[in-house]
Design a binder for this molecule. Sequence first.
Ligand code: SAH
Length: 349
Amino acid sequence: MSNVEKIIKQRIAQHGPMSLAEYMSLALCHPKYGYYITRDPLGVDGDFTTAPEISQIFGELVAVWIIDKWKNIGSPESFSLVECGPGRGTLMSDILRVVSKIPEFVSAVNVHMIEASPVLIEKQKEALLNYKDINWHYDFSEIPSDKPAIVIGNEFFDALPLEQLVKIKDKWVQKVVSINEKAEFGYGLREMPPGFDLKNIKAEEEDVYEISPVRISYMRNICDLIKENRGAALFIDYGYFRSSVGDTMQGVKGHEYVDILSNVGEADITSHVDFEVLAKVAADVGIDDISLMTQRDFLLSLGLKERAAALMAIADEEQQNDMVAAVKRLSGKDKSDMGELFKVIEVIS
Ligand code: SAH
């Protein structure tokens, strides 16, 4: 049994069943034994592969988006470029390579990385060795509150803790993690805590509705900052445009799905992101320039095909084949591709 599994079971034995969000938060980010805290989970030999790890084109196109938004907000002479959950630092390194060609941008930008994992912070430092003045933080609250900001995150929101509420006999109740007399994990239900408003959610008996208070408050803090000082935010994740019922929590280990109550602290746990809720948070803050789109449309609009063609022209045959596969993986419509499964929210203020 892993250390984090022991800790979770002890807490349940002492205090009773635990909410899914608390379980997820401990399994992933327990300060000593959490999944992200103890490893680099990315890549072929890890548990999952993300878009920036598939091809440099992804980061280059995000750089084009960032430069465009910086211009949109009046090319401020000093601003924060913030990445939430930067993994191995690959995305930021591809971005900085592109923007380094624009001296005004280079002198204006202050880079901030928000990362919980000491192992990944080390990887990010290696990836960004050539760049000076990069700041690391554990939380968004540490970002300067008096400057314009461009905030990005790829596969960050899906890793934040999530609650599940279940409709039983016309009432919403909360799903919790419990243990039996043999100390084995299972699920239970308890009365819904205050603060959730599910009046408008249409659901049948036993339907599951997912909500992530942590994600909502993260989005609210980002939107408050850019509403106050100008800025933009870009978040890319797998998820859905419209809030709906359904259990999307999944464990992933070695590129295979696993039960979220197994391999505790040794497997990733994520959920699909509800982009309608994110858009609503931005609207509530008073931002009116909000767009939702698929990753496919996002990348194509920024010139995916043209950039791939330019790289292909100087590549050997093997590299060309890799490029074709990467473009398909990033923008294709098949189930195994990211093009339509992944969604994008852009907000500009
Ligand atoms: N953006 C990267 C990595 C995605 S994996 C990529 O696309 O490759 C999720 C990332 O979020 C990891 O870097 C993980 O350590 C980080 N993370 C997860 N929960 C976090 C939290 N609560 N605060 C800060 N970083 C977190």
